[in-house]
Design a protein around this ligand. Structure first.
Ligand SMILES: [Zn+2]
Length: 254
């Protein structure tokens, strides 16, 4: 699979280490939730790496990775519900116990396009150390879990754990229908514990039109920052959108 690289990858996709559970192969999920079409077939194509969004009309893309902290996942879900702000989550199936309790709350938000889920692999391990078969399992097992839990596919978007990827990994992913490797060009720097002052400083630095912002549902610092982030978005006339909304893709097509 050839690789078409659009944009320069930047190393702001750091995440905390996940459990090192082994993963077994599973078929791609074919589930369906009320209000959703049957999960579409993969559409293998050339790979694109996305590092920056389309910033027209003040659009920004807020992405939230991992989810190894149950309170943090719950806080983000509650924030989405009360603020109406559009978010893209990148959960790992290894943290299913943190995400699954919120499936009932998230499904309606996903159905109306306020929330999107992208693939971040099942086990959150370095894909550069894996065989093609292992990379395939990491992506398909996570999509299978997302389909079963939330009723939608993650295709065509995936984010490599720690931001570690190369043309081989992207080629394997694109062959499975993950044709868009989502990096980013802004970060709260909250993959490790930080103070609220640092997190808000990062928000002030990076929340500008077109940014693809990386956050994590791993440490509770962000829970005390939601109101300030929301105020900053309003003050700057920013419009948070999902990846689908920014790039014109859809859950029905995948
Ligand atoms: Zn991560």
């Amino acid at each position: 699979m050839g690789v078409l690289v659009l944009g320069l990858a930047v190393a702001v996709a750091g995440c905390s280490a996940a459990d090192q559970n082994s993963s077994g192969a599973r078929p791609v999920g074919q589930g369906r939730a009320p209000g959703f079409p049957r999960v579409p077939a993969p559409h293998p194509a050339l790979s694109q790496t996305i590092t920056h969004g389309l910033g027209g009309a003040g659009r920004i893309c807020l992405t939230v990775d991992d989810g190894d902290c149950a309170d943090c996942v719950g806080g983000y879900v509650e924030f989405a519900q009360r603020s109406g702000i559009h978010l893209t989550f990148s959960p790992n199936g290894v943290y299913a116990s943190c995400w699954s309790p919120h499936a009932g709350t998230l499904k309606p938000l996903i159905e109306r396009g306020q929330v999107q889920i992208m693939n971040h692999t099942f086990s959150h391990r370095d894909l550069r150390r894996m065989t093609e078969a292992q990379i395939t399992t990491e992506l398909e097992r996570n999509d299978d879990w997302v389909v079963k839990t939330f009723g939608v596919t993650t295709r065509p978007y995936y984010r490599p754990p720690f931001g570690f990827h190369n043309s081989h990994i992207d080629g394997v992913a694109a062959g499975l229908g993950y044709t868009r490797t989502v990096m980013g060009d802004g970060s709260y720097a909250d993959s490790d514990p930080i103070t609220p002052e640092v997190l808000i400083g990062m928000a002030q630095q990076y929340l500008h039109p077109g940014v693809i912002m990386l956050g994590h549902a791993n440490h509770p610092t962000v829970l005390g920052c939601f109101d300030q982030i929301q105020a900053l978005i309003k003050q700057r006339n920013l419009s948070p959108v999902t990846l689908d909304e920014m790039f014109g893709t859809s859950r029905a097509t995948g």
